[in-house]
Design a protein around this ligand. Structure first.
Ligand SMILES: [Zn+2]
Length: 505
């Protein structure tokens, strides 16, 4: 049968080993050794004494004398073990007493005691801390900073170029600086012009250059010229004003010009305008029109009319242009209201409203006009005079023969895409001693463009008629025949003369 030695703390001796024959030795003050067999180990003793050690003992097998010697040897070995265990226990008790002593002293020397304890803790575990001195190193100073990230008491550094957190360990940071990702990004950033260089040194020359760029952008915008023109204008200025340092420094093309106008000048001009109406009593009127642009997006344009204190006269200015979801009266009214209130302008300052005469705007029921009257009973609503004149002129033109307007449109189409016909027409103009002018083509949607075309036809009437007479012979077509027939009609010129009187009235 296997034998076991049970080493018990002294205070458990009486409780666990009350059977005197099993007790073999009590060699130290703190420990008692009890001999057990397999039955005891497997049964009720083992679970109840978890704090004690169970050591297997070799059964003597050769003879009694040897067995006795072995037993003595085993006893000696066990004594040694017990001694070591006792010393360990004493050491542990001493450390526990030391810590307890620190705890007791902590009432009197709180911080000091805490520091001591923390020193004890620090010794237990190593943590990485960020060092500010790294920021001064040449290889780190341009891209490294302290990170706010802390994990398991380990601090982190941050690469501001890669936006990566790196463990605050110098070897790790060096490894990051040598990575291909970091090197690639660093070379890109190094090639950039620093923001300090752009805004930091504002010399008189810089200011003059910025002013010139703003003026050029303003020139394009105020003359309705495309920003694309800046691609030509800038090199042209440099070429013409070659002795000017300002012209040499100008650096502006269409992209910059567009950005300056949209985010710079446009913003500032609009803000100055809106500020005038923020106070209660700063009255104004609004003209509103909804249209569909070439991209089939519905847009609503607003023009503001007000009395300018500085100029001492009524001024008309562009106010805003916004996209609208639909063209219903409710949506258009909401759009009008939002456009005004979003600029911190009191809606009550609106005293006049004008729009085209369609039902959505001025209908008797459920129109922008009726909704506006509900909110602002004092507002004056005027149907747009330009739209009304247009309607009157269109109505008057119905009395004119169709052939007159056809003549103007067909003449425009006839000359619009033919260099040969234009050259031939110029010969007739020279012969009849009239100004060398192109024949204009009326725009499809803009009714005001027709007047310029009529004026031009009247100016070139005789050479045009003679040109058509010659063309009918050399290059006959039905349209040319019709045009010549109309121009030969003596009433045509009278009808054409009637157009300008309509517009002048
Ligand atoms: Zn990096």
């Amino acid at each position: 049968m296997d034998k076991w030695l049970l080493k018990l703390p002294k205070n458990k001796k009486n409780h666990e080993s009350n059977e005197g024959d099993r007790e073999v030795e009590a060699s130290s003050s703190s420990c008692t050794v009890v001999e057990l067999d397999n039955n005891d180990i497997g049964s009720e003793i083992q679970p109840s004494i978890s704090a004690i050690e169970v050591v297997p003992v070799q059964e003597p097998v050769i003879g009694d004398a040897i067995a006795t010697d072995d037993a003595n040897a085993n006893s000696q070995q066990m004594r040694n073990e017990i001694e070591v265990t006792r010393k360990r226990k004493i050491n542990t008790n001493t450390r526990a007493q030391e810590i307890e002593a620190i705890d007791l002293e902590s009432d009197d020397h709180g911080e000091e005691a805490e520091n001591q304890v923390s020193i004890v803790r620090k010794k237990k575990r190593f943590t990485y801390k960020f060092r500010d001195s790294w920021l001064q190193l040449d290889e780190f100073k341009n891209w490294l900073k302290r990170s706010s990230k802390v994990q398991n008491n380990n601090e982190f550094a941050k690469c501001i170029i890669c936006n990566d957190d790196i463990l605050a360990h110098k070897a790790d940071i060096c490894r990051h600086s040598l990575s291909s990702k970091h090197k690639k990004k660093f070379s890109q950033v190094a090639a950039n012009n620093k923001i300090d260089n752009v805004f930091g040194k504002n010399t008189q020359l810089d200011l003059s250059t910025r002013r010139a760029e703003l003026k050029l952008t303003g020139f394009l915008a105020s003359n309705d010229l495309p920003f694309l023109l800046m691609d030509t204008l800038e090199p042209l200025c440099k070429d013409i004003f070659s002795d000017s340092q300002v012209a040499k420094n100008i650096s502006i093309r269409r992209t910059k010009a567009t950005a300056i106008m949209q985010a710079g000048l446009g913003e500032i001009i609009s803000r100055d305008l809106f500020k005038k109406f923020e106070k209660p009593g700063a009255f104004f009127s609004i003209i509103m029109d909804e249209t569909t642009d070439v991209g089939s997006i519905k847009q609503c344009a607003f023009v503001i009319i007000y009395f300018c204190e500085d100029k001492k006269k009524v001024v008309t200015r562009f106010f805003d242009m916004v996209e609208v979801a639909s063209g219903t009266a409710k949506d258009l009214y909401d759009c009008l209201r939002n456009t005004i209130t979003s600029k911190k302008i009191p809606f009550e300052n609106l005293v006049g409203f004008s729009a085209d005469t369609c039902n959505v705007m001025f209908g008797e029921k459920n129109s922008v006009f009726t909704m506006l009257k509900q909110d602002l009973p004092q507002v004056v609503c005027v149907k747009c005079s330009c739209h009304m004149i247009h309607l009157a002129a269109s109505k008057a033109c119905l009395a004119l023969p169709r052939s007159v307007e056809d003549l103007v449109r067909n003449l425009g189409s006839h000359f619009s895409r033919s260099y040969h016909k234009q050259q031939k027409s110029m010969e007739f103009q020279e012969f009849f001693h009239v100004k060398i002018h192109k024949i204009l083509h009326p725009s499809v949607t803009r009714w005001l463009s027709l007047q310029g075309c009529v004026d031009r036809v009247l100016e070139q009437y005789v050479p045009l008629r003679e040109y058509l007479r010659e063309t009918v012979m050399s290059d006959p077509s039905r349209t040319t025949d019709e045009m010549l027939l109309t121009m030969n009609n003596k009433f045509t010129k009278i009808y054409l003369e009637f157009f300008p009187t309509l517009w002048d009235s």
